[in-house]
Design a protein. Structure first.
Lengths: 201, 139
């Protein structure tokens, strides 16, 4: 059976003969590797916690109200990015830009709140060296914060791209928005587990 | 494949009403998570309940925001393999820690060394002092 050679097929986000585009499959495989990364960190957390003679309550040593505020911010940003996807799907440029800008602002808000939290701890001389609890706390929340930064960079890139009309004509654009959304929801899910594990339980 | 074909079979049609409902559910579940930690349940029950609520929240985000509900089977398979390998790597370690914790508990060490004065258990306890320092009040 002969196949027609089409050198621009990849430009149309060619699928993998399974109904999934290469781009989406790539994002999901990347997220799978991220799941393994955070799973090993959570395992370290569990091992350290179980091996310790005692473990502090988050309420006693961390700022739970600020962390709760950050949880609300991150969940809200998950909704704003999915709204941005809905607007991109409808090719509503202004709507997309509004919701994506809201997502970026909320992400920056998360980092500002986190900076206040870290700042108060550093001012008291508390750091990763203080105890095993704080070592795992700073490692996990720090790595999560780096992921937030990565998400902001990608979302800001998409916001910039949306201002160029030709991107709206490119079939890849909606896939990129969906991929950025998948990554952002994953970052939200990580925080959903970090929040009770470190702050509440 | 045309652009429309691609959209029809792969990209998910957004449902704004559903997103708003999920958002409200996530907010309520966040309040429940905080409330669980405030009612001073015994720690194992508090952890089990807190993580169960977190699992429900993560499932809502994964199924409805990430569109895993109704997603292509290839994605489901990739995630299933990831979780499976993760479990194979992680569960034995956790099981080992649970077993080693039982056999090195102060009560167990005292039972193994009936003639001692609990010195070994105290030494273990002191050498593995993982407690956090006093609360950073004022922030």
């Amino acid at each position: 059976m002969s196949q027609t050679y089409n050198p621009t097929a990849f430009m149309n986000n060619a699928d993998t003969h399974s109904g999934v585009t290469n781009a989406k499959l790539g994002v999901w495989l990347f997220l799978a590797s991220e799941i393994m990364l955070f799973a090993t960190l959570f395992t370290s957390y569990i091992v350290l916690r179980m091996a310790s003679s005692s473990w502090p309550w988050g309420w006693d040593v961390l700022n739970v109200p600020l962390a709760t505020l950050n949880t609300v911010i991150l969940i809200t940003s998950s909704v704003t990015i999915v709204m941005a996807y809905a607007k991109a799907y409808d090719k509503d440029k202004a709507g997309f830009q509004k919701w994506m800008a809201a997502t970026i602002l909320l992400s920056l808000g998360f980092l500002v709140v986190k900076a206040f939290e870290y700042g108060a701890e550093f001012k008291l001389g508390i750091g990763p060296h203080t105890s095993v609890f704080y070592a795992i706390y700073f490692t996990m929340t720090g790595l999560h914060g780096i992921h937030i930064l990565g998400g902001i960079a990608v979302n800001a890139g998409l916001l910039y791209m949306s201002s160029v009309t030709e991107h709206w004509e490119n079939p890849l654009f909606l896939g990129r928005v969906e991929g950025a959304g998948l990554y952002w929801h994953f970052v939200d899910i990580v925080w959903i587990f970090l929040f009770p594990a470190l702050y509440l339980l | 494949m045309t652009k429309n074909d691609d959209k029809n079979h792969d990209e998910h049609r957004p449902d704004v009403g559903l997103y708003v409902k999920v958002f409200l559910a996530l907010m309520v579940l966040t309040l429940i998570t905080v409330a669980i930690s405030k009612i001073h349940l015994p720690r194992p029950q508090a952890i089990a309940l807190g993580l169960f609520v977190a699992l429900v929240k993560a499932s809502l985000v994964g199924a409805l925001f990430m569109h895993l509900w109704g997603e292509n089977k290839l994605i489901h398979k990739a995630l299933f393999i990831t979780v499976g390998f993760g479990a194979v790597l992680i569960l034995p370690i956790i099981d080992f820690v649970m077993v080693s914790r039982r056999i090195t508990s102060p009560a167990d060490v005292a039972a193994q060394h009936p003639g001692g004065h609990g010195g070994h258990a105290e030494a273990v306890s002191e050498s593995v002092n993982l407690e956090a320092p006093a609360a950073p009040k004022g922030h």
